[in-house]
Design a protein around this ligand. Sequence first.
Ligand SMILES: Cc1cc2nc3c(=O)[nH]c(=O)nc-3n(C[C@H](O)[C@H](O)[C@H](O)COP(=O)(O)O)c2cc1C
Ligand SMILES: [Mn+2]
Length: 497
Amino acid sequence: MPARDLREWIALLEREDELVRVSAEVEPQLEITEIVDRVVKAGGPALLFENPKSEHALLINQFGTERRMCLALGVDSLDEAGRRVGDVLEMQPPQGLVEKVRGLKKLKSIADSQPKRVRSGPCQEIVLQSDDVDLGALPIQTCWPGDAAPFITLPAVITKDPRTGGRNVGMYRMQVLDRNTTAMHWQIHKDGRADYLLADGRLDVAVAIGLDPVTAYTASAPLPKHVDELMLAGFLRGEPVELVQAKTVDLEVPANAEIVLEGYIAKDELTNEGPFGDHTGYYTPPEPFPVFHVEAVTMRRDAIYPSIVVGKPPAEDAWLGKATERIFLPAIRMSVPEIVDYDLPVAGAFHNCCLVSIRKTFPGQPQKVMHAIWGLGLLSLTKAVVVVDEWVDVHDYEEVFFRVCANVDPKRDVLLSEGPLDHLDHAPSQQFYGGKIGIDGTHKGPAEGARPWPEEIRMTDEIQRLVDERWGEYGIGDGPPEGNGRQRNALRQLLRR
Ligand SMILES: Cc1cc2nc3c(=O)[nH]c(=O)nc-3n(C[C@H](O)[C@H](O)[C@H](O)COP(=O)(O)O)c2cc1C
Ligand SMILES: [Mn+2]
């Protein structure tokens, strides 16, 4: 079962030799970024800075490798987390005893996903109000030299839909303005922004910082607006998220949090937010965003402050994105069943490029899938969609490149379209709206205007077996190099490094 709070998580990372404590005094202004950037890019450990010029320790790079992301979710592979979601989505009436027992387990996991109200929690061991509120006491990082100020980078921002009361939890950067206000970077396609726009005058906001890793991850998950991120957290944890009533606002907050900021956002009170060096690899320019007034801070004793540095990919957020890619695959296949697999390259900052393989049975299907992706949740912001056949491994970029180069007639197989683009995409001439490109790299038939498609080159199984058996006789080297797909794998690893 995944760690239950940030401290259990830190202990688990230490046991697994995945965390280094840094006792040297370090500066949260820029210095931590440079250290972490080097460690992340080298695939190094999580870091607990015990002395970041603050009474609070700073945890960073907790999600920075595939192994740690798996440990965070309590799975052996990210696909396993996806399969658990898929199992529930595709539940059929059980047949026979074994299936019935399995079905009951699945039902229990659904029941566990509902958050549970508790009377008290460690997140409220210390309560600071009015003049005692001082964000300057936290080791909040100024990540990049051009950043406007320190930014809280790993928060879970909790709001309620003013119409329905439904909860939303989202991860949105927060620029510190002074000791008790921050900006709230709610981009236009996001659910927190929608709650704000529906509010009449004032919207209560609570920000939980320092959560168990699953709940922290789910704040970044692109769920439909009416689905509570804490349900996904409970489901993935296999146990409900415990909530306590906040001290000063009408919201519930995770009982296990290290730190909670409580306050409000007034309609139409905006500030110039940014610049901030973001995951696009560029600074996002100043833009008006709402102001968050912090009226109370509640904490654990010796609260630990978690942070993340985003920037030019790859950065720590790569694995949060990859977790989403894997966990959401079954849900995507529910709506677009011909999809076999997809890959959002880290270098494409997730919204810029989507490689997708499909089981093609009719002409025009690749274009159907492109349009489906351009209509699906936050995937709708995707700029480039590349479609390949089911037998192509979309995680093997060299192979996708090969198929696109070999199978595409740009005149026939490139679809230019337009639609919504990511809030932070600086390339389009106009913010929020611009061009899309779809590339059909599948094999084409006559109905798609192609000439007879040639056969792919492949050695016979018989000759491969013969060469395996006779390898020793040739005197070329030890055991035979692996044939076919397996060899491609070795090559792929080489090319990826
Ligand atoms: C480290 C990190 C920082 C993020 N910062 C922002 C941000 O500043 N603004 C934003 O709108 N989305 C940001 N996101 C993406 C959102 O968390 C993500 O789109 C999520 O789905 C938002 O929740 P919502 O769908 O409930 O709005 C960030 C994601 C990560 C992993
Ligand atoms: Mn949401």
